[in-house]
Design a protein around this ligand. Structure first.
Ligand code: GLA
Length: 382
């Protein structure tokens, strides 16, 4: 957690509202493997990271809520009796959504003030949205002593995104951000919403994230399209979700779906199996096997599920050229954001230097490198 940022947010809060706030840190996440499997009720393998969102919150005696987005220097005032999504509302809709979903559960809130800010670049695929949603619901739960469980809170966050932002996301991001465990990745079964922690100990290797610093437009609608393709194929197979399908089942309806959609469903089935294989590789400390699974995941995301982009593919190709990188793939929803790379520690510096130069030459823009720590989930940090 970024303590400098925390201090700035708290002092800004004190300056504006003249009262000591409750302060919540909610982390972003990485994902080892298991992309676009969560809304298919399959497996994912995320971990919370030490970058995230810091929210300072306190009750207010005015009759409206005042919210300051510290990074953007944008302020917004809202009336709790008039909660509805705002067209092109950006960050506001995540907060409005959380409040709206809490109200739908019959929770009565009274006015409060918020100052929030973070150190996850937006569009990096590191779940700044889930971190924001979770920090708000967690802060409100504590402030008003609502007694919500962490599980109830992540579903509120997820529904906020579905109903107020319009992205029909799965549960991975909110879960990882809320339930993260220091130095552990969580093998999460998205059907039961239960996870098994795996200690991350890559010995002489480490994870490095590389941000393409691009976020191609239409990624939200492409995301929702992918989800509906998966759901319609599950419907044709008379199963609840693609998690229940085998490649053999899919084969039986091959002539009833387009070749593109067939490949998408096949990707999901194969990716889900790769997560299980990855957990075995982790158990056996077989980093070569884990690395191969990362490359296979990227290939599927690129060629079958078609959610990658030129910049992400380029970074993964660069990784493949370096024998000290065991595996790499795009991470998150796609169309930009970060790749995750498993690299031999002694080779990290030279790889970063060469990949940064190559990226600059190719796209005439910088990529960013993050060496993240695996952190705990959402918590109060006063
Ligand atoms: C986004 C969504 C998640 C998940 C990933 C892809 O991050 O919010 O629910 O579907 O994309 O794995």
């Amino acid at each position: 957690m970024n303590s400098l940022l925390k201090d700035k947010i708290v002092s800004t809060f004190l300056e504006i509202y003249k009262s000591q706030p409750l302060v919540v840190f909610s982390p972003g996440r990485l994902n080892l493997i298991g992309e676009h499997t969560d809304y298919n009720e399959g497996y994912v393998f995320p971990a919370a990271i030490d970058m995230g969102m810091i929210t300072a919150i306190e009750k207010s005696d005015t009759n409206y809520c005042s919210i300051l987005a510290y990074d953007k220097k944008e302020e917004y005032q809202l009336d709790l009796k008039k909660i509805k999504p705002i067209t092109n509302g950006g960050w506001r809709n995540y907060i409005i959504g959380v409040i709206g979903e809490m109200q739908k559960k019959g929770i009565e809130l009274t006015p409060f003030n918020i100052v929030f800010g973070g150190d996850i670049p937006g569009g990096a695929g590191l779940s700044s949205s889930a971190a924001l949603e979770n920090s708000i619901v967690f802060g409100l739960n504590e402030l008003f002593q609502l007694g919500l469980s962490k599980k109830e809170m992540i579903f509120i966050s997820q529904k906020a995104e579905h109903n107020y932002v319009g992205v029909k996301c799965g549960i991975m991001d909110q879960y990882a951000s809320m339930f993260g465990i220091e130095n552990h990745a969580l093998l999460l079964d998205c059907r039961t919403v239960k996870s098994t922690p795996f200690k991350i100990d890559f010995k002489d290797h480490q994870l490095v994230l590389i941000n393409t610093n691009v976020k191609h437009s239409l990624s939200d609608s492409a995301y929702n399209d992918r989800r509906s393709v998966c759901e319609s194929i599950a419907g044709m197979l008379h199963i609840k979700a693609l998690r229940d399908a085998t490649e053999y089942d899919l084969e039986s309806i091959k002539d009833k779906v387009t070749p593109e959609n067939y490949q998408k469903a096949l990707y999901v089935i194969q990716e889900n199996n790769r997560v299980v294989e990855a957990s075995k590789a982790m158990q056996q400390s077989d980093l070569n096997a884990l690395g191969e699974l990362l490359y296979a995941s990227h290939k599927g995301l690129q060629k079958q599920y078609k959610v990658s982009c030129e910049e992400l593919d380029f970074l993964v190709e660069q990784a493949k050229l370096n024998k000290h990188v065991l595996g790499a793939r795009m991470m998150g929803g796609g169309f930009g954001g970060c790749t995750i790379n498993l690299i031999e520690k002694t080779a990290v510096a030279s790889f970063i230097a060469s990949v940064s130069e190559a990226y600059k030459n190719k796209f005439n823009k910088e990529c960013s490198i993050y060496s993240v720590e695996i952190s705990n989930g959402t918590e109060i940090i006063n």
